[in-house]
Design a protein around this ligand. Sequence first.
Ligand code: NI
Length: 136
Amino acid sequence: MRVTVHRKAHFNAAHRLYNKSWDDSKNEATFGKCNNPYYHGHNYELITSVTGEIDPETGYVMDMKVLKDIIKEEVEDPFDHKNLNEQVEDFFELNPTAENIAVVIWNKIKKRLGDKFELEITLYETPRNFVTYKGE
Ligand code: NI
């Protein structure tokens, strides 16, 4: 039986969206408030969803304490209260949209989980705007 377990996490981070090959007016027109050169913050809500077989010995898909620690080490510690553009290497050359942040998080957590689990990342940038990524 394949079951999906979900863990919620949270981080606050600042970003600025822009494409350095565009001029200021195209960046402003495309990214609006998120193009503010002085940066701005979001309260990101992260849902990490792991699908796998129930281990007959433990009854778990995976130990949630282990998942919690992976999320803390890979996402909360490096991203929380950071300026993503300036302080997080993954975004030095990558626009820190919710889409790109979700892909970066998926890659980091997937590396820790290995091949026996499927992973889906859901990332809320605002209570109404969220993205999902499952490595496809
Ligand atoms: Ni923004």
